[in-house]
Each structure stands twice: as structure tokens, then as C-alpha cells.
Design a protein around this ligand. Structure first.
Ligand code: PNS
Length: 168
């Protein structure tokens, strides 16, 4: 039987707000690295959405974390994700799926992206169970209220959170 082999995808996009990046996001990127030779982390720059960290700060933290990883790139994007993917020659979008409540939004987003560009495929990746509850919003809330973030964010992120919330 002839198997029609399609070219292997070289580059996948992992988009998000990353305000800030957490160990849950990192877990997904490390899993993605095993599947794709290049991962482009696309940091959403949305003037309508207020973020704790500026786009440059969010990018700096991610670059610092992945500085030894030659296959990982980080760029800001605005506007349609599918357009950014097209311009960057990527057809695969990676998204983490933590809990059932993520599913509806993620499913809608994946179908909308496919509707906008039928070439785009979304790959859902499950994080380690220890990060299933983790989100950037909860990290910010817990830290702002004096909570500890053991094993939830890398040191570089905790340092930046300290500068935002605790430094006098
Ligand atoms: O980490 P987040 O905030 O859940 O990421 C959401 C993100 C950035 C993936 C999503 O908001 C996005 O793709 N925004 C770009 C705008 C777009 O393309 N919208 C149409 C698809 S629904």
C-alpha cells in the first residue's frame, strides 16, 4: 500500500497573553518541543486589554526562560492569529487544555481560526496534572494578596511580580 507522506510541520505557534508566563505554559512548550522542531511563542499585544506586564516585559521573561532553547522563538502579535501564523509560515497552533471548562472556549476559538483559514490546525496539549488549576490570573491574584508561588512560576517571573507588588 502506498502511503502518501505529507511534509512534516516545522513550526508551530503557541499563542497567548502570558501575563505572566507560568510553569503551566512552560510545561506545554516543553511538550511542544518534543513534537515540533520550532515553536514560535506569540505574545498577544492587545491595546484594549489591560495587562499587568507590558508586552516587552512579557517577552523578556519568556526569552530569559528559554534562552538555551534554539528551537524556541518569541514574538509579539496583534490582530488575527491566523494572519500572524500565515506571515510566519506556520499552520499548527498549540493550545493547552487544562480542565473541561477550558474546552468550550478553546473549541470555539479553534473552529473560528479554521473558519478564517482552513489551513490552520489546532493541537491541544494536556499539561501535567499539577498545573491543571494554574492560570496567570490566579497567580497574580494570589501573589497580590500575599500568597506564595512555590513551583507555579519560574524565578524570573516571581522576581518581576515582587517588583510590581511588593517592592516599596
Ligand atoms: O492566553 P489567552 O489569553 O487565553 O490567549 C488567547 C489568544 C491570544 C490565543 C486569543 O485571544 C487570540 O488568538 N487572539 C487574537 C485575535 C484572534 O485571532 N481572534 C480570532 C480567533 S477567536
Amino acid at each position: 500500500m502506498m502511503i502518501n507522506r505529507k511534509p512534516v510541520e516545522k513550526r508551530a505557534i503557541y499563542p497567548g497573553s502570558f501575563d505572566p508566563i507560568t510553569n503551566g505554559h512552560i510545561d506545554i512548550i516543553l511538550r511542544g518541543e518534543k513534537l515540533f522542531p520550532r515553536i514560535l511563542i506569540a505574545v498577544l499585544e492587545n491595546p484594549k486589554k489591560e495587562t499587568l506586564f507590558t508586552t516587552s516585559e512579557r517577552i523578556e521573561m519568556i526569552r530569559e526562560i528559554f534562552k538555551g532553547h534554539s528551537g524556541v522563538e518569541v514574538k509579539a502579535f496583534h490582530g488575527l492569529l491566523v494572519e500572524f501564523a500565515r506571515k510566519n509560515h506556520a499552520r499548527i497552533v498549540i493550545r493547552g487544555l487544562r480542565v473541561v471548562s477550558d474546552f468550550e472556549y478553546e473549541f470555539q476559538m479553534a473552529l473560528m481560526n479554521k473558519n478564517l483559514n482552513s489551513q490552520i490546525e489546532t493541537f491541544f496539549v494536556m499539561p501535567s496534572a499539577k498545573y491543571a488549576f494554574l492560570s496567570s490570573s490566579l497567580v497574580k491574584e494570589a501573589y497580590a494578596l500575599g500568597g506564595r508561588l512555590d513551583d507555579l512560576v519560574p524565578d524570573v517571573v516571581e522576581k518581576r511580580l515582587y517588583e510590581k507588588f511588593r517592592k516599596t
